[in-house]
Design a protein around this ligand. Structure first.
Ligand SMILES: Nc1ncnc2c1ncn2[C@@H]1O[C@H](COP(=O)(O)OP(=O)(O)O)[C@@H](O)[C@H]1O
Ligand SMILES: [Mg+2]
Length: 303
């Protein structure tokens, strides 16, 4: 099964208020998916439904093909979750906290603890008491704990809250490592664009509980915008509009912005030259997630 998580037209209503509205998305094995939206968009509620902490009003959620409604036990056995800032026994070491937790989980061996400690780069801190840990280290230990039983889906609700930029970068690096090494599908929520763009492969943008856009960060070429600086941009737009039918072209002063593939640049240049249009510069101007987010949401909900 390629989709570890499948959210199918899920709706959540509380007292007649629709909090999540027919939301659908999926996560593939080894993929890091960001759930992005402003505060109150419904991210936490969606995650609570995925782990069975909140009931589903309509629709269904499948984890490794098991319905959370009809096959809860099997579905939830594949999930690791860090919903709030993780708490530990402060006077025990990180290692003893993991060992203590492992006793409650099925089939977690000492070897597995060692493997996860190494994967998350916790070796240098693991024998220190957790009360000495920074927030970033506590997050890392919480994620280690959630991964001990080899879940195929890891869920993190706003994991970068309170972390400094260095901490966020570290988290991104070790999450990518986890996704790659263990094939874990990771769902991360955030209300911060820049963080999610750095951390995820794909982003589902939600607003008022509704799915408004999916953005594939790994599929860069599809989002690529090439800028041409020309003598007569209006004329150039006319010419290219005819030559490359349907190509999205914007004009501003002497600049021509075209969403296109890089390999089509030579034919655009030829067309411009053949119509005697002066060409000064060509450069790539990738649309940022922020542009896409603003475009999709009407530009009024960034926090
Ligand atoms: N138990 C609840 N009862 C009533 N309203 C709730 C409850 N839980 C969440 N909400 C409302 O649902 C909306 C979405 O909340 P939440 O899922 O926490 O959003 P996010 O995590 O994206 O900030 C908010 O307007 C919130 O006030
Ligand atoms: Mg939340």
């Amino acid at each position: 099964m390629e989709h570890v998580l499948e959210v199918q037209s899920v709706t959540k209503k509380i007292d007649n208020k629709t909090i999540v509205d027919s939301l659908s998305f999926h996560i593939k094995r080894g993929e890091i998916l960001g759930l992005l939206g402003p505060n109150g968009a419904g991210k936490t509620t969606t995650m609570r439904m995925i782990v069975g902490l909140a009931s589903i009003t309509e629709g269904d959620i499948f984890i490794e093909g098991h319905s959370i409604k009809t096959n809860f036990k099997q579905a939830i056995s594949k999930v690791g979750v860090v919903v709030e800032a993780p708490s530990f026994y402060p006077f025990l070491s990180g290692y003893d906290n993991l060992k203590y937790y492992a006793r409650m989980a099925k089939g977690v061996t000492v070897e597995r603890i060692k493997e996860i400690v190494e994967l998350l780069g916790l070796e240098h801190a693991i024998h220190k008491k957790t009360k000495t840990y920074s927030l970033g280290m506590r997050q890392r230990l919480g994620i280690a704990q959630a991964l001990l039983h080899r879940p195929s889906l890891l869920i993190l609700d706003e994991p970068t809250n309170g972390l400094d930029p260095a901490g966020i970068r570290e988290m991104r690096d070790y999450l990518k490592k986890v996704a790659r090494h263990e094939g874990t599908a990771i769902l991360v929520s955030s209300h911060l664009l820049a963080e999610i763009e750095l951390m995820c492969d794909r982003v589902v943008i939600i607003q008022n509980g509704k799915h408004i856009k999916t953005y594939d960060i790994t599929e860069k070429s599809a989002q690529e915008e090439i800028t041409f600086i020309v003598g007569d941009a209006e004329k150039a737009a006319q010419v290219l509009g005819k030559e490359f039918e349907g190509a999205p072209i914007r004009v501003k002063d002497h600049a021509l912005f075209i969403q296109m593939k890089e390999e089509d640049i030579p034919s655009v240049v030829k067309a411009l030259v053949s119509y005697n249009i002066d060409l000064y510069y060509i450069y790539r101007s990738k649309q940022s997630l922020e542009d896409i987010f603003l475009e999709a949401t009407g530009g009024n909900i960034i926090e």
